[in-house]
Each structure stands twice: as C-alpha cells, then as structure tokens.
Design a protein around this ligand. Structure first.
Ligand code: BDP
Length: 687
C-alpha cells in the first residue's frame, strides 16, 4: 500500500513538473463556470462554437450567450460582433471566430464587448510544404501531419483525424480558414485518385473548423497522369484535361478552395516551356476551376540564373501582364524580392500590379532565421512589411492596403504563410515558434495589430497560470516579472537575428548547409551564381554591398517615388537597407557616424550580446515556467547564442580579408578560426 501511495505521489509530482509539452499551444485554458449557449439552429460549426464556449468559458458563471447568424451592416465576410450575451455574424464560421475571440478576451483580460471585427483578408491560408512521402521541405518540426512514408501512406487512422481536428481547432482559434496540403514543388501524383481521396478525408475534418483545403499542383500534371503528352496551356486537350480534373475534385470535395501553382521557377515546369506566358497558364487552369468557385494562386517567385539581379526579375516578368489574369486568379508574392531573408525591403511588385489581385506570402517556418533552434518572433518582420508604404497610389498605400482591397478593388483577397508545423509534440519544434503560427493568424485577420499586442496575448495564453486571479497581486507580479521581459525579448528577437546574421541590408550569406549557418565564402563553380553569397554581398577591396542603383542593376527603379529616390540616395537610404541597394567603401560613414566596417562589426557584436541577454533573462524565469518547457527553451537559447557567435566570427573574419581593417577595440574579437569555420558544417559546430 505504502508503495502505491509513494508511486501516486511521485506521479502527481512529476505530472506537475512535466505538465506542459506544448501540444495544447495557446489553447490551454479550461472553463471556470457554466455558460448557457442558445445557438438558434444546429450545424456542425455552431455545435463546435457551443462546445468551445462550454469547455473554455471563463466569464460570469451561468451567463447566456446567443448566436445570431444574420446580415449586419457593420459585419463583413467572416467578421463578427460581440455584445453582452450575443455573438452576431453573417456566417457560421464568423460565430466560431467570435466564440474564440470572446474566450481570448476573457483569458487575456480584455473587454469582451466589440463593435464589429472584420477580417482584412477573405482567405487566410497556411501553405504546407509537405511532400507526399511525409518529409517537409524546410520543415523543422518533424514529419508531415498529412502524408506518410509508409506503404499505407494513404490510409487514414483515428489518430490522424484527432490530430487534424486539433490542427483545425488551433487554426480556427486565430481565424485561419485555408490550408494548402502539399509542397509547392508539387508531385503530379497529388492529383491521382488515391491522393485525392486522402485530401478529401482531410477536407472532411477541416471543414468542421471552417477551413477549406487547397492543393499545390504541378503544371505538367496532364503529361504525368495519363493525359495529353503536352501541358501547353493553349492546347484544347490540355484545357479539357484540367476541366475534367476540376470536376472530379469538386465531386469529392464540394468546397475545394483551388490550386497553388509554382511554375517556371527553380526547375518547375510552366507555360514558358511552351512559349506561353504566366497569364496563359494561370488563366487556363483558373477557367477549369471557375464553374465550381475555385481560385488559382499563381506564385510570382520566379528568377533565372542569367538575370543580373534576381531581386528585379519577378517585377520584370509580371508587370507586363497586369490586368491580363482572369478574375479567379490571384498572384502570390513573397514579402521580399529575393527569398524570405532576415530582412528585405518589400517586394516592388506589391502595389505595382494595379489590376491584378495580389496576395502576400510570408514564411512562418524559419528557413533563413535559425529554423527551429532560434527564438525569432516574426511578427515584427511581417508588421514592418505590412505597414511599409509603397506610395504606388499616393501616401498611405501600405503593403497591407495594397493587398486587402482598400487601394485597388480586388475580387479576391488572401494572404498565405508557409507553415512551421510537423509531428513534433509541440507542433513547431521550438515552443516560441508557436508564437509565429499564432501571429500569422492574428495579422492575417487584422494587419493593424501591433506585434506588442500579439506577443502580449500569446504569452498570456501560452504561459499564464489560469488559476491565478486577474488583478491579483500574484498576477501583477507575473506580469511585471515574466510577461514584460519575455515580451521584450520576443520583440527584440528578430532585430537580434538580423544583427548576428546579416545586418545593414546584407542578405543571403548562408552556407550550403540547408540555409542554417553562415557561408559568405560559398561559391563552388558548379553552383549557379544566384545561389551563392558572393553574388549578393559582392565584397571586394573597394567595399561591400549590391548596387541596385542606376549605376548597378537599377532594381531600385521598380519602387515608386518618393521611395525610389530615398532608397537610391545613399544619404537618405535607411541603414537597414543600405547594403541591399548600394555597394559602399569600407570607410563610408554610416548614420551612426562610424565607418561602414566598424558599423558592421558593431552589429554582429551586438547580435551575439543580445542572444546572451536572452539566455540570462530566461534563466531568471524558472519559477514561472513548467520544467519541461523551461529546460527545452533554455537549451534552444543556448544553441542560438552559440550559433550567433559562429555567424559573427564567420562573417567578420571573412569580410576582414577584404576590408583589411582591425576590429574596433570595443568589439569582442572572434573566438573561432576562419579556416575551421570554412571547412565545417555549421550545424555540427554547436549541436
Ligand atoms: C525557397 C526554398 C525552397 C522553396 C522555394 C519556393 O529554399 O525550398 O521551394 O523557396 O518558395 O526559399 O518555392
């Protein structure tokens, strides 16, 4: 008996210590009282909203909440209004979003009354780069939650459905209403009957959470799936093949969202293989989807190795086709003109296509930002992009307003984020990477939110002890000693990453090793130049940076005035972008009044110090975090700090060969040897 008691006590104790594995994400709260929900009609979405309120209710015990699905002049799309005892929405999904919002407000101590809250983008979509064999391109949190690399890859188990439900619920809680289930580098097999059946099984689960599924398709699919031997978009047999395929899909998935297409990019087939344009290709497939209400998201991520400036190519290829796309096509543009770098100016296409709907593509998975090892809160990066003024239609034509229909009429509005989700118990690999999934959803709903607001919410939802009364002394202490500094760390984290990886507008300094560590020297003869760092930094004895002014590639001309002149003039170009647009001598004086070389050194040095600061801070917070998440995060922060040191040493020692200048005396000198760094896989150094 005694032994049992001892084991029981041990179990209770260890479940306290190890209570949080992160699987519940920001949805950890349980109810504190009952609520009476009056749904006024029954449907799976409304039942779900009711269930959520009952299990998560933390408002006045015994309160009544009515659901009211009806047109309302203040409510648009899936928006909603919260009044005392009532959630009003035009759509059932709107009621579900209202229920989640109400509970979030209860949990974070915000007012539970709103005037209408409307989503800025009609479609808020996750792009999963999941391969059909279960691996994930640029995935750092385990294998795919949708596809498996087993013989029974296509069977669907109860465990699968449970996980998809959890995934659907998490998305719905932040308003995400679409999921592209497979990699943009799409296998043609996704359109075979067997895989469509699996997509249907996924769609059947996600529909309950108001989520539509979409598929990435390979432009040459007809040629690979027994159709015509060409994929020429102007060939009637090809168009017919796509029409038949669309019909087949909609028979199985009546609310199917549409296709995402990467064409003529990085070796993927596309209309240009047949001498046709992006518009020819996109329109032919869009026509096939049109009768069923489907859309085509056509990616603008295109570049060729012969172009002297990769950053300028998408604009050159797409601007001539403005207005030529059919009305169920939307062009999907990455936030920056190159490729999800730690910092890029916004893509000049944003705002420049005035008669073609555009959607932003953010990358939630941190391919170029330390993957699942570094704490980098991406909300600040996305906020920077969304709030950037393109000036394309006068002052105030921000990226957000140029894509949400406010500046140009857009029949479709959408926004996409490349998902960071895998089979890892905590979904994202790093507990703090969950904040990026959360932030994407929140900004997709409302790009006006600030990162500080989003971080505040997320920390409360993810780490607060829900048994602590709001307004109590204990809560006030938690806010002061945990919430405030953690928020500070999150808000600083992206700038820290820019500092230790590629400050002052430097970009693409990655090594060959999966875009993880530094490799400013990496330039083997057999690799195309635009995949090597020297193409981007152009360091030589005269200086460093990519000249995109009129003396160089002139890509700066793709921006609208007055921004163009501001960026083109070295005196007015913000320091954050200075080496993106200019090749400057090592002794150029930056805005802080030091030489460019010294400024580069100060940035790297600062980045390393910032990561040390994150570690020190976290170590003081043990009493506020369960052991499991505390230790996990502690180890990740240590790795981040060690990696930051590798970044600093590699870049400074390498560039010093060109600058031939000493490190400023107040910069801590490198600890590694360049020779060692150049010949070691950076992932192995700090593992
Ligand atoms: C790059 C990734 C590559 C993707 C590509 C894309 O390295 O894996 O396939 O973008 O977006 O960032 O198509």
């Amino acid at each position: 008996m005694k032994r049992f008691v001892a084991i029981f006590i041990l179990l209770c104790f260890s479940s306290f210590l190890y209570a949080e594995d992160g699987h519940q994400l920001w949805l950890r709260a349980h109810n504190t009282g009952t609520v009476r929900v009056q749904p006024h009609r029954r449907s799976s979405l409304l039942n779900l909203a009711e269930h959520e309120l009952r299990t998560g209710w933390r408002g006045k015990p015994g309160a009544v909440v009515q659901f009211n699905v009806k047109p309302d002049k203040d409510i648009k799309g899936d928006g909603f209004k919260l009044e005392c005892g009532r959630i009003t929405a035009r759509t059932e999904a709107g009621i579900l979003y209202g229920a989640f919002d109400l509970m979030r407000r209860q949990q974070t101590g915000q007012s539970t009354i709103t005037i209408a809250t409307n989503p800025s983008y009609e479609r808020r979509i996750l792009n999963h780069w999941d391969n059909l064999n279960g691996s994930i391109e640029r995935g750092y949190a385990g294998r795919s939650i949708f596809w498996r690399n087993e013989k029974d890859s296509l069977t669907v188990t109860d465990a699968d459905r449970t996980l998809w439900r959890e995934y659907g619920r998490a998305n719905a809680s932040v308003g995400i209403n679409g999921a592209v289930l497979n990699n943009v580098n799409a296998s043609p097999l996704i359109l075979s009957v067997a895989y469509l059946k699996k997509a249907k099984a996924i769609a059947d689960v996600l529909r309950t959470y108001g989520i539509k599924v979409y598929l990435s398709v390979n432009f040459a699919s007809p040629t690979r799936l027994g159709g015509p031997s060409t994929a020429d978009p102007l060939n009637p047999a090809v168009a017919q093949w796509w029409q038949a395929k669309a019909k087949e899909i909609y028979r199985m998935i009546p609310d199917f969202g549409g296709f995402l297409i990467k064409a003529n990019s990085e070796g993927q087939p596309g209309p240009q293989n047949y001498g046709r344009s992006h518009a020819d290709g996109a329109n032919m497939i869009a026509d096939a989807l049109k009768p069923f209400g489907g859309i085509v998201m056509w990616r603008a991520f295109v570049y060729s190795s012969t172009n002297k400036d990769r950053a300028g190519q998408a604009y050159q290829e797409f601007v001539p086709f403005d207005g030529k796309f059919h009305d169920n096509v939307i062009v999907q543009v990455k936030n920056g003109p190159v490729d999800f770098q730690p910092r890029e100016p916004f893509s000049p296409l944003l705002g420049a296509l005035k008669k073609t709907p555009l959607m932003l593509e953010f990358q939630i998975t941190q391919e170029y930002l330390g993957q699942s090892n570094h704490l980098v809160f991406l909300s600040t990066m996305w906020e920077e992009c969304l709030k950037s003024d393109t000036y394309q239609a006068g002052v105030g034509s921000t990226v957000a307003r140029c894509t949400d229909g406010s500046v140009y009429p857009q029949k479709i509005t959408a926004i996409a984020g490349v998902a960071n989700i895998g089979l890892d118990t905590n979904w994202c690999g790093h507990h703090f990477a969950q904040a990026n999934w959360y932030a994407f959803g929140r900004l997709a709903w409302n790009p006006e939110l600030t990162s500080a607001q989003i971080a505040d919410e997320w920390i409360r939802l993810t780490f607060a002890d829900y048994d602590t009364q709001s307004g109590s002394q204990k809560m006030a202490r938690w806010e002061q000693e945990f919430l405030k500094p953690v928020k500070g760390m999150m808000l600083e984290s992206r700038e820290a990453a820019v500092n230790y990886m590629m400050p002052l507008g430097l970009h693409h300094l990655f090594s060959a090793y999966e875009h993880y560590g530094p490799g400013p020297w990496f330039a083997p003869k057999n690799v195309r130049p635009d995949w090597t760092p020297p193409y981007y930094h152009k360091a030589d004895s005269a200086g460093i940076g990519f000249d995109r002014t009129i003396q160089g590639s002139n890509s700066v001309s793709q921006y609208s005035e007055p921004l163009r002149s501001r960026l083109a003039n070295v005196q007015t170009c913000p320091d954050e972008y200075i080496l993106w647009f200019h090749h400057l001598p090592w002794d150029f004086k930056t805005k802080r009044g030091v030489t460019l070389w010294d400024d580069i050194c100060y940035h790297y040095d600062k980045g390393v110090k910032q990561t040390a600061g994150f570690q020190t801070l976290w170590n003081t917070l043990q009493e506020y975090v369960d052991t499991q998440r505390f230790i996990h995060t502690q180890a990740k922060l240590q790795r981040q700090h060690l990696d930051a040191q590798v970044w600093k040493d590699a870049c400074l020692l390498y560039f010093q060969q060109f600058s031939k200048r000493p490190f400023p005396s107040d910069v801590i000198p490198p600890i590694y040897q360049l020779e060692y760094l150049m010949h070691t896989d950076p992932r192995r150094i700090t593992e």
